[in-house]
Write a protein that binds this ligand. Structure first.
Ligand code: FAD
Length: 412
């Protein structure tokens, strides 16, 4: 790994973001063509396995197990540039950095993830990590979730879900199920009133998984409030406010007290992309959903959460996207049309109780795309095998396969 900050340096490939998608794409590119000169740009010295944060909030993983130093993950031969990208100049094939330098590219991969918009909920940022307000969406807060779960003997626990799209659409519910499972085991559940406030109108976007999830909501006696969007929190008085509408469509504000509040923050495209020529109407990176090539700039590609594709924004999706982007860039470099196709695969291991998971796997249009035969893992039902996969296997797949271009079950 080299750190290079030379202004005006040019590369065959520049990748914005050394998160899950960025590093995996760099590795997959080098696997196909070891002579490519690649720069990965990311200011963060820390890299996280975010799918592990649900398990930290459930007391199953230690936080440290989800963290590595970025420097230790950059593929050999790739230059890591520890700066922020501040702008795109697609007509000049260049990106600008926060030290006023710019980099020229042959091909650009845009993979800066999405923006967690904590500030969109009034009063939330001030009270995160105290007053019973937590979120598994931040590394430093997930342990507080587990602390609150253990400490709550009775009272009211609220779990919120913002409007779609969000990364790992199941994560707000996963926090709820694992908390409820713990309260059931410890005999406290009958004293704890659980409410789920969902800005959307269904438990899950793919109907096949809804019956199993509904059964668990009933088992834990959860009150479900659809079309309720969290807009304000006051930590000191432990009160949350939600925007909803009555039967006639008139806007209403609903107030609820809480003893514990788990918030999934509103999410949107990063400002860098939203305010650039690369975004579509809704602010996300505008790409072809199959080739992941930008719709207007053929030497720009997307990977990960930043794209306007309709797949579930998950690490599992990025695992399938990285080899597709790498293959298609190599095709383009050799003068051919993109040959690899991304079919919208995404996966969400729904931790419905400690020890069991409903492993949701699906592609574009909600088509079920199970990785295992039904006799081994019946995907729409909770199984112990899927729990074993999540706890023991998937972290290893992440660190030792996905980030290193071992493309098992992921190659195009
Ligand atoms: C609580 C939680 C639970 C989840 N559970 C699951 C799960 O069970 N299964 C699953 O598959 N997925 C899950 N996910 C989703 C998964 O973690 C993400 O979809 C995945 O990490 C997306 O990868 P990415 O590379 O697009 O973004 P990220 O991994 O977030 O990386 C983005 C990178 O871009 C960098 N960056 C941002 N802006 C700039 C800039 N201007 N210049 C340079 N670099 C920049 C950032 O520093 C970061 O390193 C979960 C996520 C959370 C938060």
């Amino acid at each position: 790994m080299t750190v290079s900050n030379t202004p005006g340096t040019s590369y065959d490939i520049v990748i914005v973001g050394a998160g899950s998608a960025g590093i995996a794409t760099a590795s997959s590119l080098l696997k196909r063509n070891g002579s490519l000169r690649i720069a990965l740009i990311d200011p963060s010295p820390d890299h996280y396995y975010q799918p592990g944060w649900t398990m930290v909030g459930g007391g199953i993983f230690k936080p440290e197990s989800t963290h590595r130093k970025t420097a230790d993950l950059i593929p050999a031969g790739v230059d890591w540039i520890a700066k922020s990208v501040t702008g795109f100049a697609p007509d000049d094939n260049s990106v600008s950095l926060d030290n006023d330098a710019s980099l020229i590219y042959g091909h650009l991969v845009v993979a800066p993830g999405l923006k967690l918009d904590w500030a969109a909920v009034e009063g939330l940022e001030e009270t995160l990590g105290k007053n019973g307000v937590t979120s598994n969406y931040r590394y430093d807060l997930a342990p507080y979730t587990w602390q609150l779960v253990q400490g709550l003997d009775s009272g009211k626990a609220l779990f919120t879900q913002p409007p779609m799209p969000i990364k790992c659409a199941g994560a707000p519910q996963k926090a709820l199920y694992l908390s409820a499972s713990q309260w059931l085991t410890s005999g406290k559940l009958s004293n704890i009133d659980i409410e789920f406030y969902n800005a959307g109108g269904a438990l899950f976007g793919v109907a096949a998984y809804v019956p199993a999830l509904t059964a668990y909501m009933e088992k834990y006696e959860v009150g479900i409030n659809y079309l309720h969007n969290l807009i304000k929190v006051d930590g000191a008085s432990k009160t949350a406010w939600f925007k909803t509408a009555d039967a006639e469509g008139n806007e209403q504000i609903v107030e609820s007290r809480f003893d514990m509040l788990h918030v999934c923050p509103p999410q949107c495209a990063p400002d860098l992309v939203k305010n650039s020529e690369l975004s579509g109407d809704d602010g996300w990176l505008e790409v072809d959903p199959a080739s992941l090539q930008h719709k207007r700039y053929p030497n720009i590609w997307g990977a990960g959460d930043v794209m306007d594709t309709t797949n579930a924004k998950t690490m599992a999706a990025a695992r399938k996207q990285a080899p597709v982007v790498a293959q298609n860039i190599c095709d383009a470099i050799s003068g051919q049309a993109p040959s690899a196709v991304y079919k919208g695969y995404g996966s969400c291991p729904l931790t419905v109780e400690k020890g069991k998971i409903v492993l949701a796997e699906f592609g574009y249009g909600g088509e079920l795309t199970p990785s295992f035969p039904g006799w081994l893992n019946e995907g729409t039902k909770p199984t112990r095998l899927a729990w074993f996969l999540k706890v023991r296997i998937l972290p290893l797949v992440y660190w030792h396969a996905m980030l290193k271009a071992r493309e098992w079950l992921a190659g195009p």
